[in-house]
Write a protein that binds this ligand. Structure first.
Ligand code: ADP
Ligand code: ZN
Ligand code: ZN
Length: 716
């Protein structure tokens, strides 16, 4: 009887399908790619099982091509895929589609041979090349140079057959060109606190464990990672380092390259081919040190010995659509499965991680000071009640800036909204300019052209001459955003360059690097920007950080907004005073008695965490309960709400708490109505049983899109 294969297909399907292996194919292994008919087309899928029989043997269709003789996926990657599918209630086919690089799914042949170079095989007699002029040239080149990479041979035009025939004759041979990891200390001697962390983690390398580095900004967390990585590489094993965003990778990648000589970098800006090549080289074991963003957690490793998750609190580890996974959590699951350690590091740990430390599930190490003379900046609140604001800033703040600029310090201004003004309103009737397609106010932009923009759907509008409701022409812009702050500061300090960092001004990685580079020079300047400022950049000359309006997040309806706001403020503050010069942080606010601001000013992030954990506990919110969000959207708001209502009836008799359906915080986006319902349960298993029922509910509405988000970070 013909062999049956079970194939996972990268389409939104919940299970693998059986196919027949044609007689012409003698053998296939689990983890090989095959092309199979699927509906009216064919797709490349992965063999996941070789079952002895199938229910409908006579109806099975046949595999029409086998791509691989060997498995291209490690067994642990398949286990991870299954975990992701069941934990995030996502079809296994979608999981596979998210995990595998495009070129793998296109059936591109795997690169199994490592890069290599050619060298001469020692001869005990003189070699003569009478008629083989080409061979003689190669021989002479190799005699002179010792070894030459194969790629270089191709580049200088040496024909493959020449090399092959010399190889057959035993004149030359291939030697693998493996990256050499050579560790350099660069004169850094770990501090006592760093030593404690390094040695404790090194003592626990042989098994799974979560090690948390709770280190203030600039305390040298990276140095701890590097020392541990060095040992793992020396044991011949592989290491994966995850970082939040591309913006962070150039600096971090250079740092790792400098210390180890080589690092493979995986992020979304890479071409399909580059991603594929690195994927192959990591799978073959050739590349041993990999630095990557979120999806790098899906790379198959031959012998993984350690995972590092830097800035573990960062929300970019969570994917917002399709497979809504957290790369940090997937890293922990994968490390446990492989029985290897994982290091999480941050100056502003997520409350989930802090709670896991408190429950002694994770080990933690504290780096409380910056090495050398650099000191942590002090937080101060600036009460602006009743004060006249100019471009969103009070007079005393501008004077504080002047003080720092006069002493050749650099100034950083955080204002978390791009554009010129938050909104445009009619001074006579109060009408606010809103987007026609979304329930949000429009942001006024002055540059590169004067217009109103919707920050959600990106629709743009001409500025009205007068109010559409009352015809008044007294339209006023209110609330400063980045462009307005830049304008105000350029007027106040005409001889100081003022730069802007937001998504409009800095839309490429290169531009961001240039701006950051310019700031490395010790000359006076002001940098105004959004949360992009917080991203780990090293700005040694900044002595003042000013925070405008950032505390708005403390008043948001999203229960996680306070945590994100505190993290943002502390991270931006961490850019100051990184070198010899001490730094200051001023937070402008209308509400200086707000408990979050008070605790932040008095005892930093730890102070905030203490008060916030108490309020989460009181409200039975994560990390004290487990949460999932059902989101639905469609063209008719009643239908969307009714749909969610009906979905919830699937679990009406369970004790999982159901909140909603309620309209989303932005009820209409792109002309689609949005509703959501939250499921909360103190028991994780029970929550997942409820979610399974919902995920597999037969109920569908053609015009309604809906999704399940497990452990949602964004509640809007
Ligand atoms: P973090 O990641 O904790 O914000 P970094 O790892 O970027 O901090 O370290 C901040 C700076 O301190 C870097 O320039 C780093 O080279 C330096 N540094 C780290 N450890 C030491 C040490 N033990 N002695 C001297 N300098 C150090
Ligand atoms: Zn009006
Ligand atoms: Zn819009």
């Amino acid at each position: 009887m013909a062999q049956i294969v079970k194939v996972l297909i990268p389409r939104p399907v919940w299970q693998a399908y059986d196919y027949l292996l044609p007689d012409t194919v003698s053998n296939v292994v689990v983890g090989a790619r095959v092309r199979v008919p699927f509906g009216p087309t064919t797709v490349v899928g992965i063999v996941v099982e070789l079952p002895a029989s199938s229910e409908h043997v006579d109806q099975l269709r046949s595999v029409d091509k086998v791509f691989d003789q060997r498995s291209i996926l490690t067994a642990d990657i398949l286990r991870l895929a299954n975990w992701l599918a069941s934990y995030y209630h996502c079809p296994i086919g979608t999981v596979i589609e998210t995990m595998l690089p495009t070129d793998v799914l296109r059936g591109r042949p795997m690169i199994v041979d490592p890069d290599f170079e050619w060298m001469i095989v020692a001869q005990d007699h003189a070699v003569e090349f009478k008629h083989a002029k080409r061979q003689k040239e190669v021989w002479e080149l190799l005699t002179k140079r010792g070894t030459i990479p194969d790629a270089e041979m191709r580049k200088v035009g040496v024909i493959r057959s020449v090399l092959n025939s010399m190889e057959t004759k035993g004149l030359i041979r291939r030697v693998p060109l493996l990256p050499k990891y050579q560790f350099k200390t660069r004169g850094i001697k770990p501090t006592q606190e760093q030593d404690i962390a390094i040695n404790s983690i090194l003592a626990a390398l042989e098994s799974f464990g979560v090690h948390v580095l709770d280190g203030v900004t600039g305390s040298g967390k990276t140095e701890v990672y590097i020392r541990v990585i060095k040992e793992v590489l020396e044991q011949g094993k592989q290491v994966l380092v995850l970082v939040p965003e591309i913006a962070l990778t150039p600096q971090t990648a250079n740092h790792f390259r400098d210390r180890f000589g080589d690092v493979a970098v995986l992020h979304s800006m890479r071409t399909n081919l580059q991603r594929f090549e690195i994927w192959c080289k990591v799978a073959s074991g050739e590349q041993r040190l990999v630095l990557g963003t979120r999806s790098a957690i899906f790379t198959p490793f031959k012998d993984l010995g350690l995972i590092v998750v830097d800035e573990e609190h960062d929300t970019s580890y969570k994917q917002a659509d399709s497979l809504r996974y957290s790369a940090r959590d997937a890293a922990i699951v994968r490390a446990r499965d492989l029985n290897v350690p994982v290091i999480l590091g941050s100056a502003t740990l997520s409350l989930e991680t802090i709670e896991n430390i408190n429950r002694t599930k994770y080990n933690s190490y504290r780096l409380s000071a910056r090495p050398g003379v650099a000191k942590l900046p002090k937080f101060q609140l600036l009460d602006i009640r009743g004060q006249t604001l100019q471009g969103g800033m009070c007079h005393s703040l501008i004077e504080i800036m002047r003080y720092h600029l006069d002493r050749k310090g650099q100034v950083l201004v955080l204002i978390n909204r791009r554009g010129f003004a938050l909104s445009l309103i009619c001074h006579d009737c109060g009408r606010r300019a809103t987007c026609q397609d979304c329930d949000v106010s429009l942001t006024l932009h002055e540059y590169p052209r004067r217009e109103l923009r919707c920050h959600y759907c990106d629709r743009r509008y001409e500025l009205p001459e007068s109010c559409p409701d009352c015809s008044s022409n007294r339209l006023v812009s209110i609330g400063a955003a980045t462009q307005r702050v830049v304008e105000t500061l350029s007027d106040a300090f005409p001889d100081v360059p003022v730069r802007r960092i937001d998504r409009d001004a800095v839309n490429t990685n290169r531009k961001l690097e240039q701006t950051i580079e310019a700031m490395q020079r010790p000359s006076r300047c002001i940098l105004v920007g959004t949360q992009m400022l917080a991203k780990g950049h090293h700005l040694p000359n900044v002595t003042l950080v000013a925070v405008l309006r950032a505390d708005a997040g403390f008043f948001s309806a999203d229960f996680r907004a306070a945590e994100r706001t505190a993290q943002l403020i502390v991270q931006v503050a961490g850019r100051a005073g990184r070198a010899e010069r001490e730094g200051e942080v001023w937070i402008q606010t209308h509400d200086p008695e707000h408990p979050h601001l008070e605790s932040l000013a008095k005892s930093g992030y730890a102070g905030f965490v203490k008060t916030e954990l108490i309020s989460r506990k009181g409200a039975n919110l994560p990390p004290y309960s487990h949460l999932a969000l059902l989101r639905a959207e469609g063209t008719n708001s009643e239908a969307v709400s009714a749909f969610l209502e009906q979905l919830l009836t699937e679990i009406q008799f369970t004790s999982t708490e159901k909140l909603g359906p309620i309209p989303a915080s932005i009820p209409r986006l792109n002309n689609r109505w949005r509703c959501q319902a939250a499921l909360v349960d103190s028991n994780r298993k029970r929550l997942h049983e409820s979610l399974s029922k919902i995920a597999r509910s037969p109920m569908q509405r053609s015009k309604i899109r809906w999704s399940i988000d497990v452990d949602p970070l964004d509640m809007s």
